[in-house]
Each structure stands twice: as C-alpha cells, then as structure tokens.
Ligand binder design. Sequence first.
Ligand code: KG4
Ligand code: ZN
Length: 339
Amino acid sequence: MSSKDIYILGIESSCDDTSAAVLKNGKVLSNIIVDQVIHKNYGGVVPELASRAHLSNIIPVVESAIKKANISLNQLSAISFTLGPGLMGSLIVGTEFSKALGLSLKIPVIEVNHMQAHLLVHFINNGKEKPTFPFLGVNISGGHTQFILVEDYFKMTILGQSIDDAIGEAFDKCGKKLGLGYPAGPLIDNLAKKGDEKKFKFPLPKVEGGNISYSGSKTAFINFLNKNQVKNEKFINENINDICASIQKNLIDNLMTKVELLYVNNNLSSIVFGGGVSANSYLKKRLIRYSKINNLKIFIPELQFSTDNAAMIAIVGYLKYKESFKSNLKSTPSPRLTF
Ligand code: KG4
Ligand code: ZN
C-alpha cells in the first residue's frame, strides 16, 4: 500500500437499498447492495419497514464490502454517507452508523447529496471516458425527475423538474395497475421488448419550459385500462406486451421532449443520465440513435451504478476528500436536501 492511497467507504441508505462500497483512489473495490424484498408485498416502499431493515442490514453489508475489498477498517481514509434526500428513518441509520464508525476510527466523515451522486457516479475510475463540464444532468429515479446544468462537480443548477410524480413512480404506478410486482419499471421494460409501442396512444402533457409532469399520463393510463376492462375482462392479459411498450414509449417521449429543449436552449452537447430509470433498455436504445443523429455525447451508467448504490456515494466522498471537505459530527439527515 502506498501511503498516498485513498480508501473511501461509502454508505447508502436513503430508501430501500442498504449498500456499502469501498473505493481505492476512485476505483471500485467492492459495491455491495442489499435490496429489501419485504416491500414487494406492499406494492411500494413502507418507510417504517425500510428503516428497520437498514438497521439489521447495515453491519453485515459493511462487513462484506470491507471483506470483498480485501482491506482492514483501519486502512480507510474517510467514510462518506447519504445525508439526503430520502426517507428520514432510513437516512438516520446510515448517517449515525457512519458518524459512529468515523469517530471510533478517528477519520473524517463526509456527507453526500444522493442526487448529485447519481450524476457524479460517472467519475468513478473505471477506464471509461468521463463527462466534461458543462453538461446536462438528467436524474430519473423513483423519487425524482430533474434536469440539471452541471458546470463543475459541485456547481449544479436545476433547470427543471417534475411538478408532480417522478418518472420511476409513473412506471411503478402503471405497473401496479397492471398487477405487476414492485418495482414495476424493470418488469415493464422486459415485457415491452415483445410488444408494439404504437398499438395504444396516450396523451403527452403540455408543461411550459423545463418542468415536466407525469401524473396526467398515469391517470390517462388508468382510465384507459378501466374502460377496456369493462369491455373485455381479459384485456390486460391479452395485450400486456403492447400495453407495456405503449406506456413506456409515452413516458420516454415526454422525457425526450424536455431533454431536447434543455440541451438546445443551454447550448450543451453532453448529456449525463443517472438514477434507476436510466437502466431502461428502450431509453438506452433511443439515446444511442439520438446521440448519433444529433452529434451528442451521452453517458448512461452501467446497471450496478444506475439504481441506488454506495459506489456513487463513495466517489463523491473521494472528490470531496481531495478538497479536504469534512462534515461536522453533529450533522443530521436532510430528507429534502437540494443542491
Ligand atoms: O434510483 P433508484 O434506484 O431509487 C430512487 O432513488 O428512487 O430508482 C428506482 C426507480 C424505480 O421507480 C424503478 O421502477 C425504476 O427506477 N427502474 C426502472 C428500470 N429499472 C429501475 N424503470 C424503467 N426501466 C427499468 N429498466
Ligand atoms: Zn436514487
């Protein structure tokens, strides 16, 4: 070990995934993610159950991340953790665990904004090309749909965001109506592969400027299913692939309209995606075609770094550590943290 090596332990516990990762000089040595299957029974995340599950998961998850990285705890340079946004009870578990471990190891703890981390995950040292500033950041997850002007690691300005549901929430709520499990996003993605995206048409909401809306599509979708089920009770079963492909196209068309408006208006030629919905295979296919036609650089995280993970928290910890940032041990979680 060189004395200059920087080892960061990242801890993520903002929603329903307990995750711990170790990075050496910005390179991932381990990234352990335990998702909480208990929520599948409820069709969505139950906050009280999420915080209890984090409590029982956190120590084993950290132990496996340290073991897989093949280091000892006293080699760590710092611990970074998600301060927010997220569920209060869930955030408390990761924050307090990190502060206590940092105190006992006598190393700094570094707070991280979960939404910044979804975009900065692209700066992990993995030999791949990294985005250059400025770029349009597009965060698409279960809790957020945000368009961000990113001028530097920590110079981020929101250009627009959802005025109601997030795109992932729309996927999940439409999937719930179809009787699919939670989270429904990946299930819709899969079923849609065998479907005709032009079979059913849903209206696109008209929202001025950079903001976006998803509750209208969800309501139109629910009304459409109710109407068709009255005529044919087997409507969903008989058309599931086409229904999934058509609603997925609508949700992604809506997103792409805003992406186009914002990169053009802000004179940007790089677009960086983050968050669970960026795992969507139909979106990826469209973006590859779109980037070629419009001569754009598009960055989509690899699957393990799209949905919630601690490697993204650790890379932000690494970037802040190099700038000598330290959190106060009195810092408390911030469920509505913004930039
Ligand atoms: O970023 P994330 O793991 O957690 C939040 O911070 O919300 O995102 C979870 C969201 C869920 O709504 C899930 O349905 C969606 O990402 N998602 C997908 C796909 N994989 C995950 N949505 C569409 N297609 C996918 N392949
Ligand atoms: Zn997230």
